[in-house]
Design a protein around this ligand. Structure first.
Ligand code: 4GN
Length: 252
């Protein structure tokens, strides 16, 4: 996958994209990330990219022209831009499903804004998707773009090693992840659950699934509505519900 990022601060991306799994994916050629400084596409001698808002008000607005020019440049490199994604608080909430969907694309363009906003004509003419990583405002779209790239990249086959499987993660199956343990078996008196030492893979799978279900029920019950629950899953949750009813005296 090729990802082009338009930003006023390309240097922000060096650390996160030159480290660990993203670096390895880039080195292997699975992931091809390029950053472009929007300022390089300013047409005036002061290299400005922003101006005061029409209608008045505080702060500055990013001008349309440098962004149009930057995308024209990208189009020269490869005619079909694919999806042009703007990071903004008004966008579609980002989640694992959207990360999986974007991981299918051959090419993505991410646009990172700054200041009070971006001239609306950019959105009108160039942007195909607007994405928000959560209900809060940041000083720029760079951190959200890094979040999206990271989440998308690890859904591309071959990016995670064989050892680390995305299918085992929180949210991959719509549930929260189960607890994890590694050596030593006892740490500060705290023991690893017996079942994980048993070598009984079927039992271990069942225990993990149960932990996932209970954690999701406890912390994010709304997620359960969207999950495909097996008959066994329903039994686990139903048993919890029955126990609670008994404890509360609603039954028997
Ligand atoms: C995205 C961008 C938050 C998000 C942003 C988010 C930069 N803040 N929740 N800030 O995904 C006005 C123009 C604010 C760019 C934008």
């Amino acid at each position: 996958m090729r990802i082009d990022i338009l930003t006023l601060f390309p240097e922000m991306f060096t650390g996160p994209f030159d480290t660990s799994i993203i670096k390895r994916a880039r080195d292997r050629g699975i992931l091809n990330i390029h950053t472009f400084n929007i300022r390089d596409f300013s047409q005036n001698k002061h290299r400005t990219v922003d101006d005061t808002p029409y209608g008045g008000g505080a702060g500055m607005v990013m001008q349309a022209e440098p962004i149009f020019k930057a995308l024209e440049h990208l189009r020269e490199l490869q005619e079909d831009l694919g999806r042009v994604i703007m990071m903004c608080p008004q966008g579609m909430p980002f989640n694992q499903d959207l990360a999986k969907e974007l991981a299918q694309e051959e090419r993505l363009v991410l646009l990172c804004g700054h200041y009070e906003g971006i001239d609306e004509r950019v959105r009108e003419k160039l942007v195909t998707d607007e994405i928000s990583i959560g209900d809060y405002v940041l000083t720029g779209g760079e951190l959200p773009a890094m979040v999206v790239v990271d989440a998308v990249a690890r859904m591309i086959p071959g990016v995670l090693g064989e050892m680390a499987s995305a299918e085992a993660d929180s949210f991959y199956n719509g549930l929260l992840d189960h607890p994890h343990y590694t050596k030593p078996r006892v740490y500060q008196g705290m023991e690893v659950p017996e079942v994980l030492l048993s070598g009984h893979h079927k039992k271990i799978d069942r225990w993990r699934r149960r932990q996932s279900l209970l954690r999701t029920l406890e912390r994010r019950p709304e997620l359960l509505k969207e999950v495909n629950l097996s008959a066994e899953d329903r039994e686990v949750l139903g048993a919890v519900y029955n126990q609670l009813q008994e404890i509360l005296g609603f039954k028997k």
